[in-house]
Design a protein around this ligand. Structure first.
Ligand code: ATP
Ligand code: MG
Length: 547
């Protein structure tokens, strides 16, 4: 039997199972903070967590990490859930860190009673300052030696709202000299009185920090393996320290393992930073098709399958890596090639007049909708005397290496006749106004299928009187710098030309498009009908080019 190629998370689990861990106890979680929309980095975490759960017949808990009422909102809960479902995954249970506020408060008191936590009256800036840096030991707070009794009393007052925001914090008493900065007496609670928490409302005046909440929530839920991205690696000793001090005998201590964060060239993947783009109106909302959010990608025309395949392909790694956007584009192109409906659209038109074609005649010709599918499927497209082709497809005098249309040359119109260009007329500025052609009636059979004749070039086209005007959005990267994620001044690197809007002319079958329908505009690229489209005002977003 062929040996299965296991990823490193699977190897860890296999090893644990072999050394006696009960399979039934396997349990994973995905813990987003509801402060924005999910992005493609989350898709990585989601994909591997849910695939592991599938493989080992267990489940994933969707835990909202709602410890900061300042930025978190209820509406983000719905968007996050919607996006996970869109990717094709279903969680077993939906939980909230705020469900555990009582327990966390109780745990904090255990630490105080053990003399391992204290109330500090300094400002967060002072505390930060005293932490120093990797090269210098931190300084102990003047409040570090407060008695247990005093700490319990003050913490109670913090909880009861007797202090104002910022007046004091609760800190763990660990080691101000630790080489791991996270162990230099980290803050466990801060006072936030004025904000309404979307779940617990005004019940709490103190809020646990992420570090104080995260490991304990995994512990309370008895998560067996907690997978996260590398930024949390240095926090692991802190999580261990917390749990060692509060854990009950025989309870399971979650194991944390890290994998590399997904970084995508010319993009930033952090909700906090993406939120700034939204707030500053640099983009038109979280689901702007230029955003690397799942909602943005969906609007741009990406499919869940293309995203999951991309994630699978890049795989899990322990090293920080920047993935090129072309890999994501490859994945969507591959899928769209199979599933997108073919249509003809002319973006930059020039008019052809077929002189030997009857003035009022209209023929409805057959055109294939999905050439890559086995079962043939056709639609009718109108042909008439006046036809639009792309300006770029015509050159008055043929040049070497120009295999398109020129005076005296023949081309085939896709699914239609062969034309020969005879003469042109000009605008006042000298540019070409119209091209006069003749068509070869015999180049199309009576049944409407093209007859074989060797012609080097086939052009897409649209009948002028039948053309539907549409709006198209064409995108470029949102950032100019490849590794914008790593830059402090990423806002200075915004590409001001990341969106170009233009008018195009489409064959009439486009009228049937519904929101999010995917099309291949032949010879141009893949496009998706935007959600802001109206019946008489169709808007398409370019997903990706053809190659
Ligand atoms: P924020 O900027 O607010 O911290 P975030 O983008 O880091 O937002 P979180 O809500 O903190 O998102 O992350 C939820 C989960 O998704 C975490 O387990 C985290 O490890 C994982 N995650 C976040 N970003 C990435 C990424 N780029 N690649 C892989 N996993 C990620
Ligand atoms: Mg984060």
């Amino acid at each position: 039997m062929k040996k299965e190629n296991l990823n490193f998370l699977e190897k860890i689990i296999e090893k644990d199972l072999k050394s006696g861990f009960t399979k039934k106890k396997l349990l994973f979680r995905f813990p987003p903070e509801p402060n924005g929309y999910l992005h493609i980095g989350h898709a990585k975490s989601i994909f591997f967590n849910f695939k592991l759960a599938e493989k080992y017949k267990t489940s994933v808990i969707l835990r909202f990490d709602d410890t900061n009422p300042i930025e978190e909102k209820k509406k983000f809960i719905e968007y996050i859930k919607n996006d996970i479902l869109w990717l094709g995954f279903k969680w077993k249970k939906e939980t909230y860190a705020s469900n555990y506020f009582n327990k966390l408060y109780f745990f904090a008191k255990i630490l105080i009673k053990k003399g391992k936590a204290y109330v500090d009256d300094q400002t967060q800036e002072q505390i930060q300052e005293q932490k120093k840096n990797h090269f210098e030991n931190g300084m102990e707070s003047p409040y570090r030696k407060r008695s247990i009794k005093e700490n319990l009393f003050l913490f109670e007052k913090m909880k009861n709202g007797d202090f104002n925001d910022g007046e004091c914090v609760l800190r763990a008493k660990i080691d101000m000299k630790s080489p791991n900065m996270n162990l230099r007496d980290p803050i466990m609670y801060r006072i936030i009185k004025k904000k309404n928490h979307f779940k617990t409302k005004k019940n709490w005046c103190i809020y646990p920090t992420y570090d104080w909440t995260h490991g304990q929530s995994d512990y309370i839920e008895q998560i067996s393996h907690s997978f996260c991205s590398f930024e949390f690696e240095n926090h692991k000793p802190l999580y261990k320290w917390f749990l060692k001090n509060i854990k009950k005998k025989n309870s399971l201590i979650p194991k944390q393992y890290e994998f590399s964060r997904l970084n995508l060239n010319y993009n930033i993947l952090s909700k906090r930073k993406l939120q700034i783009l939204v707030k500053k109106k640099i983009v038109n909302g979280w689901d702007d098709p230029r955003m690397p959010t799942l909602a943005g990608l969906r609007r741009r025309g990406y499919t869940p399958k293309s995203i999951n395949n991309f994630i699978k392909k890049i795989g899990l790694s322990k090293r920080e890596n920047n993935i090129d956007i072309s890999l994501l584009e490859f994945s969507i192109r591959k899928h769209l090639k199979k599933i997108s409906y073919r249509v003809m659209v002319v973006i930059n038109p020039i008019l052809l007049i077929i002189e030997n074609y009857p003035d009022d005649k209209v023929e409805w010709l057959n055109s294939e909708n999905f050439p890559n599918q086995l079962k043939k499927n056709y639609r009718k497209i109108p042909f008439s005397k006046k036809i639009y082709i792309e300006n770029e497809d015509f050159l008055e005098k043929k040049k070497t290496n120009f295999f398109r249309f020129s005076l005296g040359e023949e081309i085939r119109l896709k699914n239609a006749y062969i034309l020969k260009a005879n003469k042109i007329s000009r605008n006042l500025d000298g540019s070409i106004k119209q091209i006069y052609c003749t068509y070869d009636k015999k180049s199309l059979s009576k049944t409407g299928f093209t007859r074989k004749k060797k012609i080097k070039c086939t052009l897409h086209w649209v009948s002028k009187i039948h053309a539907i005007k549409i709006k198209i959005n064409i995108y470029d990267n949102l950032f100019l710098e490849k590794k914008s994620e790593q830059l402090k001044n990423y806002l200075d690197k915004i590409n001001k030309n990341s969106l170009k809007t233009t008018i195009a002319y489409a064959e009439p079958s486009i009228r049937k498009a519904t929101i999010y329908n995917k099309f291949q505009f032949q010879r141009i690229g893949y496009f998706c009908l935007d959600k802001l489209s109206k019946k008489k005002k169709l808007i398409f977003n370019k997903t990706v080019s053809l190659t």
